[in-house]
Design a protein around this ligand. Structure first.
Ligand code: GUN
Length: 290
């Protein structure tokens, strides 16, 4: 692997190993096994793939995985009943409701019905508020994974200019909060930002989370900057007809020439997201047992 590529897969493997070791200790010394419940409503193929890989990783870490698949036409009442049951189940330490939910379900209402202490996604309004005020919270997995890679690469982030491209509740906004917490000067850029190329070029750290395939070209990257590509976009394969390939929000080839360090897609942020989900489940379990 080229020296300026941040190997998220290898870093995630290390995090998962640590989580597995800690989990084994919890089991042998205290008889406690962390448990993660994943709730999937409907049959979205991409969500099914994510849920399956989360379940597999959970079991591999030595934790209990509980999968709940509800039909696409489930009522809000049915889903809220399930969440209430999981909130009150002492064997369940973390709950993740896979998004997006079908249109007839109110995601905010559903997420805010979770016990915040079991909200391993960090999406509950209490956790959002705690993160925003620098208090102990559950931190969303993808931005947490990005932060861990940045800290590993840079050591201190203090004083660096960070540009977060994208303003989603899941990635952009919490990412900005975390970078601010590490004393970066943070800009959140988005589709309406003027002179987006120049804004991106001012970044020592550029985090792209817009969901647009290869939107960031190499000449938007300041020479030597660190680029974290959160995008996972499936596009038609340029050479193999009928096939697809995964690309990020950054044009990897040109950006890698300018960047001091860059995460690839796949093998960058994606594996870290799952590793952080396991870490959050362990944290939730440890906090639940004092
Ligand atoms: N859908 C896409 N990303 C995520 C995530 O991080 N958590 C949940 N619950 N759903 C998602």
């Amino acid at each position: 692997m080229s020296p300026n590529i941040i190997d998220g897969k290898a870093f995630a493997a290390k995090v998962r190993e640590k989580v597995a070791e800690h989990t084994a200790r919890l089991k042998s010394e205290h008889g406690i096994t962390p448990g993660l419940a994943v709730v999937l409503v409907g049959e979205d193929p991409a969500s099914e793939v994510y849920v399956r890989s989360k379940g597999k990783a959970t079991v591999e870490a030595g934790m209990n995985s509980y999968e709940h698949n509800l039909p696409a036409d489930s009522s809000e009442e049915t889903l809220l009943e399930l969440i209430d049951r999981l909130n009150n189940d002492p064997d369940v330490h973390g709950i993740l409701v896979q998004l997006p939910l079908p249109d007839h379900l109110d995601s905010d209402l559903v997420i805010n019905a979770l016990d915040p202490a079991k909200d391993v996604d960090g999406f509950h309004i209490s956790n959002v508020g705690l993160l925003g005020t620098g208090q102990k919270s559950m931190v969303p997995c993808t931005p947490l994974g990005c932060l861990m890679m940045l800290r590993e690469h840079h050591g201190s982030l203090s004083g660096l200019n960070a540009v977060v491209l994208g303003r989603s509740n899941i990635v952009g906004k919490p990412m900005a909060q975390l970078l601010l917490g590490d004393s970066c000067t943070v800009t959140i850029a988005h589709s309406r930002t003027r002179d987006l190329d120049q804004v991106c070029r001012s970044a020592d750290i550029l985090v792209a989370a817009v969901g647009r395939p290869e939107m960031v070209p190499g000449d938007w990257v300041k020479p030597g900057a660190t680029v974290i590509d959160v995008g996972i976009n499936r596009i038609p394969h340029p050479e193999k007809e009928g096939k697809t390939r995964l690309v990020g929000d950054v044009d990897f080839e040109s950006a890698a020439k300018a960047a001091g360090a860059i995460t690839p897609v796949p093998g960058g942020v994606g594996p870290m997201t799952i590793a952080c989900l396991l870490a959050n489940t362990l944290t939730a379990c440890s906090r639940a047992h004092g």
